[in-house]
Structure formats: C-alpha cells, structure tokens
Write a protein that binds this ligand. Structure first.
Ligand code: UDP
Length: 390
C-alpha cells in the first residue's frame, strides 16, 4: 500500500486505523497531549473483537466475538480502565466437561481429587502429580511436552489434548508451550481462572468502555470506513492496528489465523449455571459454550443467550481471531516485519498489527507505551514499538 509523504507540520493529525482497544487507547493518549486523531474502522462499531451488544430478544449483554474478561496484574492499567468505565466485580471460573463428568479449570486441588477419586491435601497432591509428570522433559519445547511435564498424560489427555486439537486445528506437539503457560496449575481449591489481582467486567460492556476512551474533542471517529491511502492525506503518522499482512494487501501471502463461528441459541432461565463450559472431548465439534448473562451477575434476565463456539482456519474475508504463529507463519511474519521496517511514519500495534496472542491489558499497556514514545520523540515512531518476532 502506498501513502503520501507525511505532513510534518507541528501537531498535524494522526490517522489511527482500527477502533479496537489499541487504536482507542493510542488515540486518547495522543489527543490528551494535543494531537488531533482520526480513528477509522471498517466495522459499524468500536471495540474491535471485544465489542459487546445487548441481545434484543433476551436483553443480555453479549460478547459478540466471544468471551472477554478483563484481568491484569498491572495497577496502572487497572487505574486506566476504571477511569473510563465502572467495573463490576466478576471472577471468572471455568468448567469443563470431559468424558461425561464436569470439572473445574484451571487444574486445581478439586480437579485433581475429583479426577483421581482422591482426598489429597496440597503437598500430597503436588507429590502425587510429580509421580504422574514426565520428568525426563527438562525444557518443554511444545504444548504437549509442557503438559506432560507439569500434569502428566492422564490430565493432559482428559483436559487439553482434544480441546487444543479443536481450538488450533493441529496436534498440540506442533504448538508453542507458551499457549499452555497461560493456564495456572494450583494445589489449592482456588478455582479463579486467572492469577491476576485485578479482575472485573465493565458494567455497560466493552463497547461503552471503548466509546468513553474515544470521547475526546481531539478525536474524530469514522465507522464503516475501510482504509484507503487518501485517508492518510495530510496525516503526520499512521498507527495501523489491523492485520499486518493486510497493510501490504497480502502481497507475500497470508498469515494464518484461527477464526471462530458462534451458534447462538436462547433458552429460559439458566442454561448451564456458569459463563463458560469447555468441552474437552475431541468428538464434540465445538470447544465451549458461553452463557453471556453470567458475565453480568448483577443483572436479572428471564431468558438467556448462549453461544456454541467452533474454531477453524480463517479464510480470506473471515474475521481473524487467534494468530497461529507456527513455523510457517513465523517465516512469513519475518518477511512482513522486514518489509514493514522499511516504512516511514507508519507504526503497527496491537494483536493484529503485531500478530500476537494478546490479552486486553497487555494491548492497553503497549498502546500507551507506543503513544508515550511517539510523544517523547516529537511525533515519530519506528514501525514496531515492540519486537513482534520475540
Ligand atoms: N486449553 C485446553 N483446554 C481447556 C482450556 C484451554 O486445552 O479446557 C488450552 C487451549 O490450547 C487454549 C489454551 O489452553 O488455546 C489457552 O486457553 P485460554 O482459556 O487462555 O484461551 P482463550 O480463552 O484465550 O481462547
């Protein structure tokens, strides 16, 4: 994609492509420092994939692109989001159905005792799992080795193997160990899904949060607006939060993503008793069912909206969700990064711009850091503020 020469006039406007969390936070930080920003998004709403909307049939606030739970260990990021929205207390607890029984995730003392039919105390459970673990694996090189090393084959096969195969469409031994490292392993009865001290749900949803971040007189938002080079006319800089390969019109090929399909259904009352029920068995085609009303336990609704979630490889035109980052994608990513590094006055940020599996808090922290550096450098920034190949 070509673009005109940058406008180097002081405080010339900045074009931000994408109105998800990255774009909104970046624009807000620049706007507060006096830089006018034009934020565009091809979709009819802000919030990117954390968009939420009320289901007109049930009144339930639905996470349109799948479950998003805000959690962070970073007090500054928590202070930042709570400036823009009232967060309600919400502790994410996940259940999984495996071989006809229901267990709690992440694997904790209750899961271990229930699975093995034991009554172990913490130190006993730790010693027991050590007998299950494959200690010949010292440095796990992939997802499967990570699981075998830390929980052993039984738990791996019951909870991770089938789910991961469905979620990623490949054998777990082809995936990086880092994907499993997202999940804690606990020898207590604490069944909170996340270890982070700050956790909650924005009372009016993530779209309202994003709108509040964007509500600044120096920010103009254009929805239903696909990027074309003329939009960059007169711009000082472009922040691109869309897909990295999309910026180059996929000239070198397409970076692989998993996309999700949601089968919506409604019911009366409470369908499953929790927000997220995973389905670990390989012969059940979906990975999980999300019952959205449980994300807002302070609300009351007679009816309920659920999404059955299916994962598959993204084809052109599909919404990209999870970057795959296997060996082939890493090689292609390297080539796109090299090409991007030749650009001036364009920076790539966020999950799609840097092709990484990012949580919302990291996205926000990185967008703020990129904005701070842009401002500190008087309105310039390298194509990458972080290293997407790391
Ligand atoms: N995972 C699994 N079984 C589960 C839940 C997670 O095997 O019941 C694996 C799976 O590979 C998944 C990864 O752990 O992609 C990370 O899970 P997380 O819940 O963080 O995924 P997300 O909610 O971001 O899709």
């Amino acid at each position: 994609m070509t673009r005109p020469a940058p406008n180097t006039a002081p405080n010339a406007p900045v074009l931000v492509v994408g109105a998800g969390l990255s774009g909104a936070v970046l624009a807000r930080e620049l706007a507060e420092a006096g830089w006018p920003c034009h934020v565009i998004d091809a979709r009819p709403h802000v919030g990117g994939n954390c968009h939420t909307a009320r289901d007109p049939e049930t009144g339930v606030m639905v996470h349109t692109y799948g479950p998003h739970i805000f959690h962070t260990g970073d007090a500054a990021t928590w202070a930042y989001v709570t400036r823009f929205a009232r967060f309600r207390r919400y502790t994410h607890r996940v259940k999984t159905t495996s071989r006809g029984a229901v267990y709690g995730l992440p694997i904790n003392l209750h899961t271990i005792n229930q699975f093995y039919g034991k009554t172990l105390r913490p130190t006993e459970a730790e010693a027991f799992l050590a007998t299950q673990a494959d200690t010949s694996i010292t440095a796990p090189r992939n997802f499967e080795e990570q699981a075998l090393r830390f929980v052993g084959r039984d738990l791996y096969e019951a909870f991770f193997k089938g789910y991961t195969q469905k979620q990623w469409g490949c054998a777990p031994r082809e995936l990086p160990a880092a994907i499993l490292q997202r999940l804690p392993l606990r020898f207590t009865y604490d069944d909170s899904y996340f270890n982070h001290p700050y956790q909650g749900m924005p009372e009016d949803g993530y779209t309202a949060l994003t709108q509040a971040i964007l509500a600044h007189p120096a920010i103009r938002v254009s929805l239903n607006t696909t990027y074309t080079p003329d939009l960059a006319d007169g711009a000082r800089h472009i922040f691109w939060t869309g897909a990295l390969d999309g910026y180059f019109d996929y000239a070198l090929g397409r970076l692989g993503y998993r996309t999700l399909e949601f089968e919506r259904f409604t019911a009366t009352g409470d369908y499953q008793g929790c927000a997220v029920m995973n389905y670990a068995d390989a012969d059940i085609p979906y990975t999980r069912i999300t019952e959205h009303k449980h994300f807002a336990p302070w609300e009351r609704h007679a009816k309920t909206t659920c999404y059955r979630e299916y994962s598959r490889a993204a084809a052109p035109g599909d919404i990209p969700f999870y970057p795959i980052r296997l060996v082939a994608e890493q090689a292609l990513l390297k080539r796109y990064v090299a090409r991007a590094k030749t650009l001036e006055n364009v920076s790539f940020i966020g999950r799609l711009g840097t092709y990484r599996y990012l949580d919302m808090d990291v996205t926000i922290r990185e967008a703020r850091a990129a904005a701070a550096q842009f401002l500190a450098q008087g309105g310039t920034l390298a194509p990458f503020h972080i290293n997407p190949l790391a």
